[in-house]
Design a protein around this ligand. Structure first.
Ligand SMILES: Nc1ncnc2c1ncn2[C@@H]1O[C@H](COP(=O)(O)OP(=O)(O)OP(=O)(O)O)[C@@H](O)[C@H]1O
Length: 243
């Protein structure tokens, strides 16, 4: 019998075995993920490519604990996500995982500093505000900490989102088309920043992109089609070494 357990092992940021995700209704189920086996090491920078609808965002949602898999097993940052209940999953995600999405998703009623500090406060940090201010400084927004999202450009909002993701020093950063809402030049700045913050913190990075040039900068490129990983290629020279 195949052993589908995913014990935590040192050096493994993500270990997934036969992950499936089926949505829709009982009468009309839709198989979104069809058996994902994946190991990502600590500190790897991985691009996730594939046509629209192939399941990239769904896979990221499952790996980041936003969506629960229908089957299979999953260990993330040493926590067995498949064995945790909702509260346990929420606790395991906190501080372990940072997420950057295409549409920024900042809270509109909070300043930049509050957007970055609040998740750390909720996680019990007693120095959330100074950490948030330091992180905003690191993403080049030291002069915008009191601004609300509507007072910031798209690129600035994404910088806040990056600061929010990296400030708790997560082991893994997930980024889903982080430049999708930005013009090309601003998008390049955001990628430079994301890679720089990742290098600084040593986090594992999984980034969904349609950009081949960006994928070429990563250590490893996964390609999805129809709910499966259909190719997995590694750079000859680790891309980060070239930075
Ligand atoms: N709640 C849902 N119920 C049914 N089907 C869904 C649901 N959410 C997503 N899907 C379907 O799952 C498939 C995978 O979607 P997903 O967003 O993961 O793809 P993607 O590769 O990220 O696409 P894109 O590049 O366009 O963002 C799509 O066919 C989508 O229509």
């Amino acid at each position: 019998m195949t052993n589908h357990t995913a014990p935590s092992s040192p050096g493994a940021a993500i270990r997934a075995r036969d992950l499936t995700l089926t949505l829709g209704t009982r009468q009309a189920p839709v198989e979104i993920l069809r058996g994902i086996d994946l190991d990502i090491d600590d500190g790897e920078v991985v691009a996730l490519l594939g046509p629209s609808g192939s399941g990239k965002s769904s896979l990221m949602a499952v790996l980041s604990g936003l969506e629960r898999a229908s089957g299979g097993s999953l260990s993330v940052g040493g926590a067995d996500f498949s064995a945790l209940d909702e509260d346990g999953l929420a606790a395991a995600r906190r501080g372990r995982i940072g997420i950057v999405l295409q549409a920024f998703h900042l809270l509109p009623t909070m300043t930049a500093a509050e957007n970055v500090a609040t998740p750390m406060e909720l996680a019990g940090s007693d120095d959330a505000t100074p950490r948030a201010l330091a992180e905003l400084e690191a993403v080049g927004l030291g002069h915008r900490t009191g601004h609300y999202p509507t007072q910031l450009s798209g690129g600035e909002q994404q910088r806040v989102a990056i600061a929010r993701a990296t400030a708790p020093r997560p082991a893994i950063i997930f980024a889903d088309e982080p430049t999708g809402n930005l013009d090309a030049a601003t998008g390049e700045e955001i990628i430079e920043l994301l890679f720089a913050r990742r290098a600084e913190t040593g986090a594992t990075l999984l980034i969904i992109t349609h950009d081949d040039a960006l994928a070429a900068r990563c250590d490893r490129v996964l390609t999805m089609a129809d709910g499966r990983i259909v190719s997995d290629t590694r750079a000859q020279v680790p891309a980060q070494a070239a930075e």
